[in-house]
Ligand binder design. Sequence first.
Ligand code: BTN
Length: 267
Amino acid sequence: MHEKSLILLDENQIKKHLKNKSVSITLLNEIDSTNAFFKKHKHDFPIAICLAETQTQGRGRLGRTWHSPFGQNIYFSMRIHFDKSANALSALSLIVALALAHTTEFFLKENTIKIKWPNDLYLNDAKFAGILIDLESMSDNHCVAIIGIGINVNMENVDEKQIDQSWTSLKKIIHHDIDRNQLCAKLIDSLINYLARFEKLGLMDFQDEWIKRDYLSGKPIELIAGEHVFSGDCTGINTQGHLLLLMPDKTQRAFSSGEACIKKYKN
Ligand code: BTN
């Protein structure tokens, strides 16, 4: 049988496509987690990237694991400084999700990527990418963020036990392989642009883009926040990026964190 050859990540190829050349890139065959890499290695570069072909302990949100098979997907972390307090960065994950949606849409052309608040990327009602941000507060007005991104790129088959939610990949949508080196370069450039715009102009400058991509708005939601479960109709986000729910008593409540799922009504 004809075996397809695997094209590995390659720093020269990434740099060839990259517009912002002043980033440091660490490319690894295997690591526990690219986010954990930056907790151990503090870089002098203002912006540093770590990429790995596989992760042995890929981490997802809310203590989940992130399935990280070799050579198929992108496991990416960016370490970047902000002259802002951790509180002022509450919408950071939404901006990263918008940058990621913009980047991946370039490869899909006609498809519209949706974002399930706060930062899950969806295509055809299935998740294909996720974001995990670790923030380190250096002083009142200075933070270092480790922005971890996992994208299912060329992965086609997964043992059902490995992923406990409905998932997809870019290849499952467009039926051919995507050049991961080009995708990484575009991701780095988009992140740098979106984050600079966010620092300068804030979340409100992205309002129209968020509305276009909002997966939950107008839908009945169940939100798990700590030990509590809240039900309501999603009416979008507020100026801080918190999720807005119209509760059964017609009051509106804002939630800064939680896991949202769309309620399915029985007829
Ligand atoms: C989620 O949706 O639960 C977040 C997934 C984040 C996965 C990425 S892969 C690169 C980085 N390293 C990790 O251990 N996690 C993030």
